[in-house]
Design a protein around this ligand. Structure first.
Ligand code: G6Q
Length: 554
């Protein structure tokens, strides 16, 4: 496997960085009236404008060479062929099979997985039709009005984000809720006002052993039983499992007929396309869910077959490499100008940071270069009134992604035009900035003394030259959303391939989980074991406090 830093294109990019260090994007726009045409593409109904980036033809050419020299092409083929590219866990990575809308077989260990995929989709369709047509009845004969998805991480963030994003497509008489946190407040607040007789729980857990999910599922089961006179038979009408672990599902007491299967080749953060997306399908119907799959499939085909110079996820990934490894960016902002996409940054946080937040390469050696950036963001226009100050005038370089729909799902006065105007304006302001002369000119009418004028003009100067991508689409449909998510999934793949890391394991979340397992009994009174002095004192502090407050109430 190749360290990217020794590749000729990496070296050339390092030199090229110095060549363009003093250039400003506003000059490039002034010199080249075709810059937008040149640096924008359309894919699956999405316009991707990347002209407001600190790149020239030469930059893009060198970045494409870097992708070629890194063996990206072979890595893409390996993923689609079902090779075990998640080599630490010895697993294939085949979320693309879940949305394969063609007749092409996809093989894992000599077996075509497509028949199983289609079988689960059929089962999801039958189930969602029953619930949505109010034919599936709860224990006391009433139809389901509320669905509570219990899951965490990949079994929560993706479905939650998509369900909220597709709110305009929901069925009015079926409410979908999400419980993730083991903090009991999450479950308690969600169940407030719900009726046991009309509530359905989806327990979504690939392993069916996750501490938080199992604790929430057990408490939800107690809540249900408390409302139906302890009648255990009620569980079959009110609990459904989505998992790869049939044995644990049965041991929990869920009828295996109520289990929706998926497979170890689906990573948690890539699982919304599997039965983990059942809550999405219940919200928007199975046709809507399949549209979402279709949107992702179009992008998969684009990613698999388009030359790198016109391949949107490849370009997204390469631009990120440019900023992270050559221009010193440490983070990347996701700014949807779309209230329904409010959970999109959170989903991408997991997708990107759990995939590429790694410092060991495919050979187990420490990397000598930066890998995945910190991903963060909020919907516009809210962010404009808080952190945008830093984006415009701060000392950090933060590449931004703006996302917006040209049409709204609603029509309320000028709201949507105001939203769009702000979105386009922010990207323009980041790129163009404001020079000292322009700032002085704006202040000219105030007739200020020179000292004050100089101070104000300096404060009102914006350096500009700050990069952003713009994603515009007509309307946020299930299909467009599927395409958007797939674009980012493949972007993460591209970067992981170039950084020579495994984007598909998540060993970094294990140590804390392990320690929590040993601290739990200690908090509950067992002898405190080996810890550093700080952790030991904190455990004792919690125990003392609990003892005192127990003393006070008795
Ligand atoms: C995602 C991660 C992680 C996982 C959760 C929940 O890629 O693997 O976020 O989804 O830890 O795991 P279970 O689905 O097994 O409960």
């Amino acid at each position: 496997m190749t360290q990217p830093t020794v590749l000729p294109a990496w070296q050339a990019l390092d030199d090229h960085r110095l060549e363009i260090a003093d250039s400003h994007m506003r000059d490039w726009f002034a010199q080249d009236s075709d810059r937008f045409q040149h640096f924008s593409l359309k894919v699956a109904g999405i316009l991707f404008d990347y002209s407001k980036n600190r790149v020239t033809d030469k930059t893009m050419g060198l970045l494409s060479q870097l992708a070629e020299q890194s063996g990206l092409r072979g890595r893409i083929e390996a993923m689609f062929n079902g090779d075990k590219i998640n080599h630490t866990e010895d697993r294939a990575v085949l979320h693309v099979a879940l949305r394969n809308r063609s007749d092409r077989p996809i093989w894992v260990d000599g077996q075509d997985v497509m028949p199983q995929v289609r079988q689960v989709l059929d089962k999801m369709r039958q189930f969602t039709d029953l619930i949505r047509s109010r034919k599936w009845l709860g224990y006391s004969g009433q139809a389901i009005t509320d669905v509570v998805n219990i899951g965490i991480g990949g079994s929560d963030l993706g479905p939650r984000m998509v369900t909220r994003a597709l709110t305009p497509y929901h069925k009015d008489d079926l409410r979908i809720h999400y419980v993730a946190n083991v903090d009991e407040a999450d479950l308690i607040e969600t169940l407030k006002g719900l009726n046991q007789e009309t509530t359905l729980f989806l327990v979504a857990s690939k392993t069916f052993t996750t501490q938080e999910t199992m604790a929430n599922a057990r408490s939800a089961r107690d809540w249900l039983l408390a409302g139906v006179g302890g009648e255990e038979r009620a569980i079959a009408r009110h609990f459904v499992a989505i998992s790869t672990n049939r044995h644990a599902v049965q041991a929990f007491g869920i009828d295996p007929d109520n289990m929706f299967e998926f497979w170890d080749w689906v990573g948690g953060r890539y699982s919304l396309w599997s039965a983990v997306g059942l809550s999405i399908a219940l919200a928007v119907g199975m046709d809507g869910f399949e549209e979402l799959l279709h949107g992702a499939f179009e992008v998969d085909e684009h990613f698999r077959t388009t030359p790198f110079s016109r391949n949107v996820p490849v370009i997204m990934g390469l631009l990120g490499i440019w900023y992270t490894n050559f221009l010193g960016a440490m983070s990347h902002a996701i700014l949807p100008y779309h209230q329904y996409l409010r959970h999109f940054p959170e989903h991408l946080q997991q997708l990107d940071m759990e995939s590429n937040g790694k410092s060991v390469d495919l050979d187990g050696c420490r990397v000598g270069y930066q890998t995945g950036p910190v991903i963060w963001g909020q919907p516009g226009t809210n962010g404009q009134h808080s952190f945008f100050q830093l984006l415009h005038q701060g000392t950090h370089l933060v590449p931004c992604d703006f996302l917006a729909s040209v049409q709204s799902h609603h029509q309320l006065g000028e709201h949507h035009q105001i939203l769009l105007a702000n979105c386009l304006a922010q990207a323009e302001a980041l790129m163009r900035g404001r020079t000292m002369d322009e700032a002085r000119e704006e202040l000219a009418d105030l007739d200020l003394p020179e000292e004050r004028l100089a101070l104000l003009a300096a404060s009102k100067t914006f350096p500009g030259n700050r990069p952003s991508n713009m994603f515009l689409f007509e309307r946020l449909t299930p299909k467009i959303l599927g395409s958007l998510i797939a674009l980012y999934e493949h972007k993460v793949f591209v970067q992981g391939a170039i950084w020579n890391i495994n984007s598909f394991d998540q060993m970094g979340v294990e140590l804390g989980k392990q320690l929590a397992r040993s601290i739990l009994p200690e908090l509950e009174g067992a002898e405190v074991g080996q810890h550093d002095a700080s952790t030991r004192a904190l455990i004792e502090f919690c125990r003392d406090w609990e003892r005192c407050s127990a003393g006070k109430t008795t």
